[in-house]
Ligand binder design. Structure first.
Ligand SMILES: Cc1cc2nc3c(=O)[nH]c(=O)nc-3n(C[C@H](O)[C@H](O)[C@H](O)COP(=O)(O)OP(=O)(O)OC[C@H]3O[C@@H](n4cnc5c(N)ncnc54)[C@H](O)[C@@H]3O)c2cc1C
Length: 418
């Protein structure tokens, strides 16, 4: 078959990587590089070069079977990295470092209010485990906090603002997120040491490796898809970049907005267009910079993730990207309207899907349409929670319709996490 794939993020790249052996695959991408959210900047620090992730950065041992397998197969074996977190609360509590592995960090914990809040945060983690077991998407973060009976101090002072900082959303938006999605993404299991992995060259290198390992693939960069329409003789016409091409099937692996727009003018794709348009999103801007003023005031308490939860302002997270060499290099989720710190090295703005309690129902509506009129949908937002493994799994599910016996598909389907 001749298959068009729209969007060279993880979902589109993996779909193409799985199908290019058995089919003629053309991947069209609006931007000038493959990877989508997966993007890595190489930044000079003290005479060396550091890989700084601009999009996805954190992935665990569990729940990322497909990503680990792909990275190892592509020769990019990931290295385990311990992570830690600080939360800066109002005075007199100051900054709490977690885990508290230094004397100043232990000193900061000697406060009954802080200890009480932290214990409730651990209970929230356990509560999240139960929600994961029940696979209940319909309980909100606020609903879980209420179900646990967390006191106001803990809920409003730590738990909900910390979720808001981690997603770059407002406190009100954080309350409405699905507790299931939050628990799965944050990996809140209190029994597990917080960790992530690093990849040589970053996740940008992994995106390029997927292209290199797809020798039969035609990749067209700078080719935004504008419209899709079923043809009377069968197949679909895809208007993208500088041409209109005919395909037997099209996999829309771009975001929900671009997918809705591409289907909008074709009456036969009206249901598709409505299903895509139902998803909610929010704007977030991230800056990579060298300004330590966005970090906790006491440098001895700096951690990998640093949440500013001081009451009266929107929670905000800053990742210490230069932690491995102790360099002043950071990544901050800016508040709406906030200017990037002077001399910022990179800024990126994203429309991020908002995984509320209705999100799973929207995914199910989309799943019921798969294959209708020769159209398929892939992408992190279409399957599971808001993480990279979902993008990979969505590609596996779509590819199963086209090449169920393919070596790559059988190999990845056995490894991808559910
Ligand atoms: C800031 C940020 C941090 C994140 N952090 C993490 C993390 O730490 N861990 C984790 O597991 N996940 C994280 N994620 C989730 C991340 O979205 C997924 O990991 C995954 O990379 C999404 O892949 P995707 O293919 O679904 O979408 P995308 O990466 O968004 O790919 C969609 C592609 O479609 C292209 N496109 C859009 N419109 C068109 C068009 N009209 N025509 C052609 N192409 C088009 C886009 O340019 C893009 O390349 C993060 C996301 C963001 C934004």
């Amino acid at each position: 078959m001749r298959i068009g794939v729209v969007g060279a993020g993880a979902a589109g790249l993996v779909s193409a990587w799985l199908l290019q052996d058995a089919h003629d695959v053309v991947l069209v991408e609006a931007g000038s590089r493959p990877g989508g959210h997966a993007e890595t900047a190489q930044v000079e620090v003290d005479g060396g070069v550091l890989d700084v992730e601009l999009g996805p950065q954190f992935f665990f041992r569990e729940g990322y079977g497909g990503l680990h397998a792909l990275l190892n197969r592509l020769g990019l074996a990931p290295t385990l990295q311990r992570i830690s977190m600080s939360v800066t609360l109002g005075e007199p509590q100051g900054t709490l470092a977690l885990p508290p592995l230094s004397l100043p960090a232990l000193g900061q914990l000697l406060n009954m209010k802080s200890l009480g809040q932290l214990l409730w945060f651990v209970r929230f983690g356990w509560g999240g485990e139960a929600v994961i077991r029940e696979q209940d998407w319909t309980l909100s973060v606020q609903g879980l906090v209420d179900r646990l009976g967390a006191p106001r101090d803990a809920a409003e002072g730590l738990i909900i603002p910390l979720v808001a900082a981690s997603w770059g959303v407002s406190v009100e938006q954080a309350r409405a997120l699905s507790a299931y999605s939050v628990a799965r993404v944050m990996g809140l299991r209190p029994t597990r040491l917080p960790h992530t992995h690093t990849v040589p060259g970053g996740l940008g290198a992994y995106a390029h490796a997927l292209v290199t390992d797809s020798p039969r693939l035609t990749l067209r960069l700078n080719s935004p898809a504008r419209a899709l329409r079923p043809l009377p003789e069968g197949g679909l016409a895809l208007d993208a970049g500088d041409r209109v091409e005919r395909f037997d099937a099209v996999i829309l692996a771009c975001d929900w907005r671009a997918s809705a727009a591409a289907c909008r003018d074709a009456p036969a794709l009206a249901e598709w267009s409505r299903a895509f348009a139902a998803f909610e999103d929010y704007d977030t801007t991230i800056a990579v910079h060298r300004d330590p003023r966005l970090m906790p005031p006491d440098r001895r308490l700096w951690q990998v993730g640093n949440a500013d939860l001081v009451p009266g302002r929107r929670p905000r997270n800053t990742v210490w990207s230069g932690v491995s060499v102790g360099a002043d290099l950071f990544r901050t989720w800016l508040r709406p309207g906030e200017d990037a710190p002077p001399g910022s090295l990179e800024t990126r703005s994203y429309k991020h899907v908002l995984m509320t309690t209705e999100h799973h129902a929207r995914q199910q509506a989309l799943a019921r349409l798969q294959g209708q009129a020769g159209v398929w949908a892939a992408g992190m937002y279409t399957d599971g929670v808001d993480n990279h493994e979902s993008a990979i799994r969505s590609a596996v599910k779509v590819a199963q319709a086209f090449d169920p016996e393919g070596e790559r598909l059988r190999w990845l389907a056995e490894r991808v996490s559910v």
